[in-house]
Design a protein around this ligand. Sequence first.
Ligand SMILES: [Zn+2]
Length: 158
Amino acid sequence: MSREFTPQEGSCSCYSNTYTINNQPIGRFICHCTICQEFTGQAYNDVTILLKPDVSSLNLIRTKFRRWKLPPNISRGLCTRCNKPSIEMALGGNLILIPTTNYPDVAALPKPTMHLFYNRRTSDIEDDLPKYNGFVQSQAMILKALAQGMYKKRVSKR
Ligand SMILES: [Zn+2]
């Protein structure tokens, strides 16, 4: 994506944890897995994926990280004050996941491209996005979307 991205200051719902998002996310999807439901306290997690260098000025002193069993290697941070999502880290912190609720300007973000773990949905979603079920299929589609996102990013920087 060649569109300019105006940096945004992201935060949990009470602004105790903050960070600066400097670049367009490389992916955005809607995850219906039960862990995301528990983590967000909502029906699903509408979440963006960013590369580590694209998020700076991390102030996470009120974030408590916890690992759920699945999906592997995602460390999910909840705010110790508002108990809402702060930030999520994957691949040893090289990928950063930020729920769209934590952006001040969601309209500037790319649109979500798919639903994951749709079999775990709490209610049907009426949209035209592809819907994937289960761990194997969902994980495969995440990896594909990330590869495409990184490829687009490289191309746009040339
Ligand atoms: Zn908070």
